[in-house]
Ligand binder design. Structure first.
Ligand SMILES: Nc1nc2c(ncn2[C@@H]2O[C@H](COP(=O)(O)OP(=O)(O)OP(=O)(O)O)[C@@H](O)[C@H]2O)c(=O)[nH]1
Ligand SMILES: [Mg+2]
Length: 279
């Protein structure tokens, strides 16, 4: 069956990583409309989806250190957030079931330690990122920190490496600006003197300008989705996954074919009008 990638490698992965076998059924339309915090649980939390009966959408989150990748996932899956920063030091996987446009998807969300580069072929993947599933992901979420726009440079480099080494046609990529709550506002306070206010306004203006350029690059040139969120306040975290699942669902409906196997090394990415593709 072509509809979704099979989870062959998950059989393989069992025992090699810390699988967090949390099975949730999330109706994204309902949740985004504010449909309560209680999620329909679609199975025992300790049971992994049966590899034989379910197809899986494999989503990998990537981004610079401390941008909030783990926080976004944990807020989405567990409705939980921690102020404490614990760098991710090994692969973690999460298995929510997601309903979008009345289609049910089993999703495997993978959180990995920061990778210095995207593996340009399966040899590098095997040698340096074994079992991370980087090259055969169904879709990617690339996260940066809105309050530190320099972190965007990391995903820009990573995306360049992806499009140079993997056929990215029919592979949705969503760029997420996290920590929206930390965005500066130059609103005057009683304590701020005029000079301080002017400096704050100018700093905010700079950062607003950089953000505008990023949104422009991502949407117009990369033709990727873009969402801003705050994992801390659970603001638009569901929208992140909804947007991504919409992209995946649209692809499924238009018959986009995704292969669980890495493509031949010669087939580098080319433009695709409607998908997140090479600029
Ligand atoms: N203010 C604010 N802090 C956040 C937000 N999201 C994450 N943080 C904080 O940022 C720090 C890093 O968050 P993580 O989720 O661990 O970041 P990460 O990208 O997984 O980091 P690595 O695993 O090292 O790559 C933690 O202290 C979080 O509490 C947010 O939306 N707003
Ligand atoms: Mg992490």
């Amino acid at each position: 069956m072509n509809r979704l990638d099979k989870i062959k490698d998950d059989k393989h992965n069992k025992g090699n990583c810390n699988n967090q076998n949390k099975i949730l059924e999330l109706d994204l339309d309902y949740l985004e409309r504010g449909g309560g915090g209680t999620l329909a649980v679609g199975g025992s939390p300790s049971v992994e989806p049966s590899p034989d009966s379910l197809d899986l959408v494999k989503v990998v989150l990537l981004g610079a250190p401390a941008v909030g990748k783990t926080s976004i996932i944990q807020q989405f899956v567990w409705s939980d957030f921690s102020e404490e920063y614990v760098p991710t030091d090994r692969k973690h996987t999460f298995y929510p079931s997601v309903i979008i446009n009345e289609h049910l998807y089993e999703v495997k969300i993978t959180d990995v330690p920061v990778i210095p580069y995207f593996p340009i072929n399966s040899y590098y993947e095997w040698a340096h990122y074994r079992f991370y599933g980087l090259r055969n992901a169904t879709a990617y979420i690339l996260v940066f920190d809105l309050s530190n726009v320099e972190t965007f440079q990391y995903i820009r480099t990573l995306r360049d490496q992806m499009v140079e080494s993997r056929d990215m046609r029919n592979v949705p990529v969503l760029v997420v600006g996290n920590k929206q709550d930390l965005l500066c506002s130059a609103a005057p306070t009683a304590a701020s003197g005029l000079q301080q206010l002017a400096m704050a306004e100018s700093a905010c203006g700079d950062s607003r300008e950089k953000r505008r350029n990023i949104v422009n690059l991502v949407r117009k040139h990369w033709k990727c989705g873009y969402v801003e969120c705050s994992a801390k306040y659970n603001w638009r975290v569901i929208a992140v996954f909804k947007e991504l699942m919409e992209m995946i669902d649209a692809l499924e409906c238009t018959g986009g074919v995704r292969s669980a196997e890495p493509p031949p090394e010669s087939s580098t990415g080319q433009a695709n009008e409607n998908r997140c593709a090479v600029a």
